[in-house]
Design a binder for this molecule. Structure first.
Ligand code: ADP
Ligand code: MG
Length: 311
């Protein structure tokens, strides 16, 4: 029987970099009376510890469904989903409650939904810690630290109504970090903000990502915002259709510049989504011809009708 090399550090294999989020063939079906809506249909996604990604996609493509499932607010119908070692498909209700309060920080689009209106910024940030049983003095000090981290050190005793929309979202980020989560989920957090303020919010997310070991998943419509992450995942019809990676490259003068490249995503069953522009351009329909070359796979329109006509 094959033996693994004895030179590897004991336990190293167990500590090898595991993705913090793994979705495998994830399915979510909503049933309303006799009607079934397939919101996620075989979605695959892996996100590393400390990675920040953006999720984009047309309205109704399944972005919020995915975020709610990741956040333990909704239960998937089938597939596999593991977050920070928790199996979200087979979880007791009490595990789910613990998961939501200890592993996940959630930020909603509606600023008002993130904060309690009658509490100050500081009290809003302290609340999750108090609920989790942290002693008051520890909560106070950490709440102040978090509010400083999001740039609100000077406004800690303001109530939400005394803060701008952008400031309220900053407090919401501090609240989401209060219990030291492994994963921050934000559903269109800048949807109600102007472009400049959105940019500031994303700078804060970047700052958190580098200073705390937290994985950040942000659903956004904002194109400028998705320029600020290394990876943007596009969802179409409940599935990941493409990923855009950003990387630093050198321009002609040898200066660093940010480049982006879009990749199609191949799932485990070998399925690939061809962009709709390509489909329209070549009038691809139902059947296509595939041809393998040494270094590529070619996709051709189905011309069997024309061939038969000629024969
Ligand atoms: P997105 O956030 O990308 O706009 P959603 O995840 O909200 O998309 O919705 C995906 C699909 O699932 C849509 O067709 C939507 O109508 C449906 N859907 C979402 N939530 C529910 C629900 N609670 N009950 C029934 N259908 C739902
Ligand atoms: Mg949505």
């Amino acid at each position: 029987m094959a033996q693994t090399s004895s030179t590897s550090t004991p336990g190293y294999r167990g500590q090898a970099r595991q993705p913090r989020i793994v979705c495998d063939n994830l399915v979510k079906i909503y049933k309303i009376a006799d009607l079934e809506v397939v919101a996620l249909q075989g979605l695959d996604l892996a996100v590393d510890p400390g990675e920040m990604i953006a999720i984009v996609g047309a309205s109704g493509s399944g972005k919020s469904t995915l975020l709610n499932i990741l956040g333990g607010l909704d239960v998937p119908s089938a597939g596999r989903i593991e977050v920070a070692g928790y199996d979200l498909l087979n979880m007791t209700e009490s595990d789910r409650v613990q998961y939501r309060s200890e592993v996940i920080g959630f930020i909603w689009q509606q600023t008002a939904r993130n904060l309690l209106p009658y509490l100050s910024a500081r009290e809003n940030v302290e609340l999750p810690m108090t609920l989790a049983g942290a002693p008051g003095f520890a909560s106070q000090a950490y709440a102040e630290e978090l509010l400083q981290l999001v740039g609100l050190g000077e406004r800690m005793d303001h109530k939400p109504t005394q803060l701008s929309g952008g400031e309220q979202q900053r407090v919401a980020i501090a609240v989401s970090l209060a219990n030291g989560p492994s994963v921050i989920l934000a559903d269109e957090p800048t949807g109600e903000l102007d472009t400049a303020t959105s940019g500031e919010i994303f700078d804060i997310f970047q700052n958190i990502q580098t200073s705390l070991d937290v994985t950040i998943v942000i659903v956004t419509h904002d194109v400028e915002v998705s320029d600020k992450v290394q990876r943007t995942v596009s969802i179409r019809d409940g599935r990941v259709s493409s990923e855009t990676l950003r990387f630093e490259d050198l321009d002609g003068e040898g200066d660093g510049m940010l480049k982006a490249e879009e990749f199609a995503v191949l799932d485990k069953a070998g399925r690939l989504q061809i962009p709709s522009e390509f489909i329209e351009e070549l009038q691809l329909e139902r059947r296509v011809r595939l041809k393998l070359d040494p270094d590529r796979v070619n996709v051709f329109p189905d011309d069997s009708d024309r061939k038969r006509d000629r024969e």
